[in-house]
Design a protein around this ligand. Sequence first.
Ligand code: ADE
Length: 223
Amino acid sequence: MGKVPTRLVSWEDIVEWSRGLAIKVRESNYKPDVIIAVARGGFVPARLLCDFLNVENLISIQSQHWTEAAKAAEKAIIKFAYELDLSGKKALLVDDIVDTGESLILARDFILKHWKPAELRIATLQWISPVAKLKPDYYYIEVTEWIWFQYPWTRLEDTFQFMKRMISEEGKHKKVWSYDELVGKFLEWYEIDVGEKYFREAIRLLIEEGILELHDDMYYYRG
Ligand code: ADE
């Protein structure tokens, strides 16, 4: 996999989008008794929705994608599935984004079957309408062309993965890199500036993984 269309999302964006989402929920007159965050992407938006909607009860469910290497197919599973009684309660299931929608569909079906809330609605900051198999009851932004949103809570993970991809491709013909060259090439590939702290942390992880080696201020590609 090569270059990915990417947009940097700031903490300020997240607060603004969460507030906008909360207003949509409020204006629909839905007053949830409990908010359910989909781990891990829904954690920050769910906490902010608790604040903007004045909801005290916050729980979570972890719905995760597993790549079945042999089949090259993806399958979502509920991790740490636990029993809970939400009968009589109005619930709001919150995630950052509906992309394919598979992990949210799985979480929704699990909750309806096992936790049995009186009502369950879904709210997400973003909805990628052309690829999603599910339309949330509430969303703040409809995305009409697929893009990778670089959220602040996956900044290091994404920078590391992106840099790993870039260096494994560029490393075919360039083995020795300065810090400025690594960052310069990253900016050229992805057109997002995550800042020096994240670039340094990502490079540290690449060294830990044995992909880069540091000698006299230069990074040697060993992948
Ligand atoms: N998680 C799943 N799809 C995503 C996307 N397009 N951007 C950011 N995070 C995601």
